[in-house]
Each structure stands twice: as C-alpha cells, then as structure tokens.
Design a binder for this molecule. Structure first.
Ligand SMILES: *[C@@H]1O[C@H](CO)[C@@H](O)[C@H](O)[C@H]1NC(C)=O
Length: 444
C-alpha cells in the first residue's frame, strides 16, 4: 500500500450490519479433508515443521515486499504485501467489489465458505467492540484500517492454504482470512499491484496464530529482506540460526498487539546521541523508517552536521524523499556514497544491551535521479504522532524473528539471498526454490 505505515493503526473493527452478500456457511463436504502426506519420512527427525516462502520486492523503487500465497482447492496464487504491523490477512474479493485493482479472474471467489458470527475466530477479531454480531448465523464481517489511511472491509472466509513444511510434509489446513470487497488505498504508489495483505501479527486472527493453534508450527515468524530485492519469510522456528541472534523483549503494554520493543537509544558512529528513550515498532509493511519529530530532528542534525565540508550538496529538486543530496556526478549505488555517511545503531537496554546496526544501507536510498536520500522520515508529518517505526529499509539484510512464545524479537545480520542453515542439509528438492507454494500442490 505504497509508502505504507500500514497496520500500525487500529486493526480491529465493528460489525457492519450489512445484508449478507454471500450465502451463509455450509460445510464444505465436497472438499478434501486436511491431509498430511509425509513425503520424506527420513527427514522427520532432522527438522521440525516450519513453512518458508520466497519473498519478492524491494524498498526502492517498489516500496514493498510480497509473498505468493496459494489459496483454495483448486488453488489460486495471490501476491500479498507482508506486514508485521497488522494481523489479518485479506485478499481482494470476487464479490461486487469497490477498490479491487485486479482483474476479476485474479480475485478470490468465496464458495459457501463464509465464517459465521458464532465462530470463535469472529469474536476474536471483534474483541474491542461491544456487540459485533446481532445474530450468530450472520456472516462475520471485518474492517481493518492502516496508519496510512488505507483500509479493507469485507467478510471472513475459511479455505485451504496448502503448505510444504520443512520436515517434508505437505499440509492443507483450513485457515480463515478476509475476502475484501471494499478497499481504500492511499499513498504515492496507490493503487498497489498486490492482491492483499499478509498480516504477520500475533492476534488470534492471523494465519500464524491459526497454524499454531492447529499444532502445525511454533508461534514464531521471521523474515529476511534482501537489499538486492527479494528474500524469504517463515512461520515456525526451524530456520533460526543456533548462534548469533540477539534478542530483546517485546513490549506488551499497548492493547494493540504490535511487535514493539524499547526503550532504545540512537548511536551515531558508535557514540551515544541525545536521541533516546525510543519505543519502536518493527513493521515490514512500512517501506521507510519513521521517528517522532524530536528524534527525527536529532537524526537530521547528526547526519547534516557530519556532511559539512563534504562534496555532497542538498538536492531539493529531487522529489523522491524529503531530504536528498547530490554529488559531483550522479550516484549509481550505495557503494558510491558509503564513505560520506556514518553507521547508526539502535541500542536496546531492557534485558541486556543489544544493538540493531543501521549501516548507511539501512537508512539511505539512491534515487533514479542519481541522488542519495535519507530514508528515515518524520512520522509526525504523516500522522504517526509519537510512534517510531522501523521499516523495510532498516530491516534489510538481517533475519528478523518475532517469537510470540518467548515474547521476544531477535535479529542477526544475514545474507537474505539464500536460505540459512545449509549445514542442516535441506533435501535437494527442498532448498530450491524455497519451500512454499510449490506446484506439487497443483491440482490433479
Ligand atoms: C511434519 O510436521 C507436521 C506438523 O507438526 C506433522 O503433522 C507431520 O507429521 C510431520 N511430518 C513428518 C514427516 O514428520
């Protein structure tokens, strides 16, 4: 959803009281049962069960990272924006639809599989509202709003989401997600080219939480976004390296479940600064990093002062981002500018002192005009008020792990262009091309 800050806003909504637009749920008797087909029995003890997805996308120029998720039986593939800042997964819906950007044959078509109001999951997405449903047999509506003012409104459906697990088994669990028939997009790159959002959050409505409840994966999700574009995403804990990961506790303060931590202090070139006490949200649904205006001003002062006397001059004519600089000739890559900029880092001191390194690549982009721009932005200017958001730009080239079981967030610098743990000997047919959404699940 463009320069997205999505998902960090309120994600839980109200019952809309619309006439049902779909027939109510009926049992999907003519569909296959959840099936588990062990394909590599010998690997059973070597690996547990995680699902791995290949990621596409980049910070600039695209502004988002996506995975392809297969849904249904027979299944269709949907490109979904990965968003650790929100919970609910939704896809554009083949119902009378406003704000569907995909052609009709690329929309999700509900098939007597609407989730009813009486379903436990429905009450969980309506937790914060007083009377979500007026009758138990009504369809379960949802609405999610994002901090960039984008929104999706629709109905919950339940369908098969085929997955290959790291232990070699192919599973076909039935998972509830949103069928969105009224979308609002905002931001510079709207409408987006994606078919929906994959919410990685931890509430009961998320795909992760449902897989965990079904006993299929640990309640852990992680991603590794490559600065070259692409990367991978996983549900479960099998890909987590046994050493090198540093952990900081999740904050569980707010009523909204977010992957946040803090307080954190900004270090500039290894030295402490006056930017401190930051609570930060890790949000893969945001392209850039946002600080509250005081912290933002602090960062800008540090960087600008440090550039004094260098060959870089402000490029106010470059509209890509608020602060850009040009050199004596156009820059081609971040390598050309690295020597001008100092490394930043965030220091989290809650449990023990751990650092989130932010080298120049984690806070700068090179634009198509050949200038270098600051990818840390003022959240106040986009209505984020005091929130601080660590977006894709600063998450690149690290494995980020959100461990909901131990309530902690971890990271380790990583080459996201290939799967880790190659010493664990993935089966040959597993490692390429990653684990998920293989055509082995194609319908016969
Ligand atoms: C793989 O993990 C799933 C989920 O935990 C389990 O149901 C399945 O039996 C496992 N398969 C093998 C081959 O161990």
């Amino acid at each position: 959803m463009g320069v997205k800050i999505e998902g960090i806003a309120f994600t839980v909504l109200f019952f809309l009281g619309l006439c049902p637009i779909f027939p109510l749920c009926s049992s999907a008797a003519n569909q296959p049962r959840n099936s588990i087909k062990p394909t590599h029995p010998t690997s059973a003890n070597r690996l547990g069960s995680s699902a791995v997805f290949q990621v596409q996308g980049n910070v600039y120029p695209l502004g988002y990272y996506t995975v392809s998720l297969n849904i249904g039986y027979p299944s269709k593939t949907f490109d979904l924006d990965i968003d650790s800042g929100s919970d609910l997964t939704w896809v554009q819906c083949d119902a009378p639809c406003q704000g569907c950007t995909k052609p009709r044959d690329e929309l999700y078509k509900p098939n007597n599989n609407v989730v009813q109001c009486s379903d436990q999951l429905c009450s969980r997405i309506h937790l914060s509202t007083s009377s979500p449903c007026s009758a138990p047999d009504e369809q379960c509506d949802y609405e999610v709003e994002y901090a960039d003012n984008g929104a999706s409104l629709g109905v919950l459906v339940r369908d098969f989401i085929p997955l290959q697990l790291t232990n070699g088994s192919v599973i076909r669990p039935q998972i509830a997600f949103g069928c969105g028939y009224d979308q609002k997009f905002s931001g510079p790159t709207s409408p987006p080219s994606t078919a929906g959002v994959l919410g990685l959050g931890s509430s009961k409505a998320s795909i992760l939480s449902q897989l965990h409840s079904l006993g299929l994966t640990r309640n852990v999700v992680g991603h590794c976004l490559s600065g070259q574009g692409g990367g991978y995403l996983f549900f479960g804990d099998d890909l987590i390296p046994s050493s090198g990961v540093v952990w900081t506790p999740m904050l569980s303060s707010s009523s909204e479940m977010r992957y946040s931590s803090g307080p954190a202090e900004l270090f500039f070139n290894g030295k402490p600064s006056n930017v401190k006490g930051l609570e930060v949200i890790f949000d893969s649904g945001s392209s850039y990093t946002y600080f509250n205006s005081k912290a933002y001003q602090g960062v800008v002062d540090l960087v600008v002062n440090d550039l004094k006397g260098s060959q870089l001059t402000r490029a106010t004519e470059d509209p890509s981002l608020p602060i850009c600089w040009k050199g004596t000739k156009p820059f081609k890559s971040l390598r050309d500018v690295k020597s001008y900029f100092k490394p930043l880092s965030l220091s989290f001191t809650k449990r023990k002192n751990v650092q989130l390194p932010l080298p120049p690549e984690a806070y700068l982009i090179i634009t198509k005009h050949g200038n270098v721009c600051l990818g840390i932005l003022n959240g106040d200017e986009v209505g984020l008020e005091d929130l601080n958001i660590i977006g894709d730009i600063s998450l690149q080239d690290k494995m980020l792990i959100y461990d909901n079981e131990k309530q902690q967030i971890g990271w380790v610098s990583s080459n996201c262009d290939r799967l880790p743990n190659e010493d664990r000997e993935f089966d040959d047919d597993f490692s390429l091309p990653y684990a998920a959404n293989f055509d082995i699940l194609a319908d016969r």
